[in-house]
Structures are given as structure tokens and as C-alpha cells.
Design a protein around this ligand. Structure first.
Ligand code: FER
Length: 256
């Protein structure tokens, strides 16, 4: 699919628009054993009197719960989209996808125990973080009200976890998925079932990304097996301009 790049200024702070809020919060994780941090963006005019959808947005191998915030200012992109009436109301949760006691991106970030922790996150997300969010924020709790997306390792997690849990997520987005992505046959063993359960399956990748073979392989299998998905090849590499552009487009498609 061809999408125009996000218009210039989409990621620039506008003085005249209502702002959402970005906060760091802690939740108890039975999976990891102890408190874990995540960031949560509540949209402009957030009120407990309404109920909101939730996008869980995951980081890459070199990051943590602050990665999107530090590199992409997602709150600016989202505030601007709200101001232009282009987003369905949603909270955005920025978890730490490395579910282990020391979840900082330090030392050898490719060490096997650290890679494994990106798998363990499935349990932390389903059993610890989602229940926390749903008991502390004014949110809708159906599968049609939850989206899961991420970049690189987080893109692989979104596919691995999202497609494995159709009762939890019907909006799934993978930006520049990393080699942690399961093989397509494992990801989508029953193509008809996956096709019937999802509202949106988004796959995107920069054309100069050295990991593009991962997304190519997933896309080819989905196409061969008639699983509807949005396939977006864009200019750029394994980098923030691509992921910011993905957030700009993907977020507008959610919860419609
Ligand atoms: C790999 C290359 C890259 C890999 C993971 C990555 C698990 C992740 C990159 C990123 O998150 O940016 O071989 O193996």
C-alpha cells in the first residue's frame, strides 16, 4: 500500500493545541516479581467520565519504557492529530518489553537472557500490565478496544503476542520487525481464523532496513494465505523517522 509520508510539521510542537499528559507509573508484576515501570500518555481533556481505548506501544532492543518518549515525542504527534480531529480517543501505554528483574538496556543487549525476556513479556503484559491499566484508568476492556504495536523487537513481540491472543487484541501493528518474529507458519497456523478475528494487521518496513527480509517473509505468507493486512514499504532504514511516520499513520486507523 502507498501512503504519503506524514505532512511536514506533524511532529512539531504547536503552541495552540490542547495537550495530553505523559507520566511514568509503576505496577506490580507477578511475572517478574516486583515493581516495573511504564509510561502512560493520557490524551488531551482525559476525563474519568469517559472510557478510552488503549494502544500498547513497544520499544526496540536498545530501549526501555522511555525509548519512544526520548526519541519520537509521541505525545506531540498525538496531540497534533487530536487537534486535527484525526484520532479516536485512546490512552497509549509505553511498557518495558524486557520482562526481567534488571530491565535496563545495558550490558550486552543481545545476551540470551535479555532476548528471552522479550518473550516473557507476553505474561507480564497479559497478567500484570493490562489488569493494572484496566483497574487504574478509565478504559474500555474489549479486544476491539486494545491495540498492540511496536518497533523492531517490539514489532516482533506485537506479532508474536498479538496474533497468539486474538481474544485480547484485534488491532496489531509491526514496524520493522526484528528476527524475534516467529516464522509465519507459527505466527499464523490457521490463516482463516486469524483473518476473521482481526480488524487491522499492519506491517511496515523501511526499504533500506537490513531486517526487511523478516517483514517480507511475513507479508508473503499472509498474502499467499489470504490474510488481509496493510503492507507499507516506505523510504528509510531501521530508524526513528520511519517509526514516527508509522505511528502517525497507524494510530489514525485504530478503533474505527
Ligand atoms: C537481531 C537483529 C536485530 C535480533 C534483534 C534485533 C533477536 C533487534 C533490533 C531492534 O530492536 O532494533 O538479530 O535478534
Amino acid at each position: 500500500m502507498f501512503l504519503e509520508s506524514a505532512p511536514s510539521g506533524y511532529d512539531q510542537y504547536r503552541v495552540d493545541v490542547p495537550r495530553g499528559q505523559m507520566a511514568t507509573v509503576e505496577y506490580e508484576s507477578g511475572t517478574v516479581g516486583g515493581k516495573r515501570k511504564c509510561m502512560i500518555y493520557t490524551p488531551p481533556m482525559y476525563t474519568e467520565e469517559l472510557k478510552y481505548n488503549v494502544l500498547y506501544l513497544l520499544h526496540g532492543i536498545g530501549g526501555d519504557e522511555e525509548e519512544w518518549y526520548k526519541h519520537a515525542n509521541p505525545q506531540v504527534i498525538l496531540d497534533n492529530l487530536y487537534a486535527d480531529d484525526k484520532l479516536a480517543p485512546m490512552i497509549v501505554v509505553l511498557p518495558n518489553g524486557r520482562a526481567m528483574r534488571n530491565d535496563r538496556a545495558e550490558g550486552d543487549i543481545f545476551a540470551p537472557d535479555k532476548i528471552k525476556a522479550f518473550e516473557t513479556f507476553e505474561s507480564d503484559l497479559l497478567h500484570d500490565l493490562i489488569p493494572f491499566v484496566e483497574s487504574h484508568y478509565a478504559v474500555l476492556t474489549g479486544s476491539e478496544n486494545r491495540a498492540l504495536a511496536g518497533l523492531s523487537m517490539g514489532g516482533g513481540q506485537s506479532l508474536n503476542i498479538g496474533l497468539n491472543n486474538p481474544n485480547h487484541f484485534v488491532w496489531v501493528g509491526a514496524f520493522s520487525s526484528a528476527p524475534n518474529t516467529k516464522t509465519p507458519e507459527l505466527l499464523v497456523p490457521q490463516p482463516e481464523k486469524t483473518a476473521a478475528s482481526l480488524k487491522l494487521l499492519w506491517l511496515s518496513c523501511g526499504m533500506e532496513d537490513e531486517l526487511k527480509h523478516v517483514s517480507d517473509r511475513t507479508h508473503a505468507y499472509l498474502a499467499d494465505n489470504h490474510v488481509p493486512h496493510l503492507w507499507y514499504e516506505e523510504g528509510g532504514g531501521h530508524d526513528w523517522p520511519v517509526w514516527k511516520n508509522d505511528l502517525y499513520h497507524f494510530s489514525q486507523l485504530l478503533f474505527r
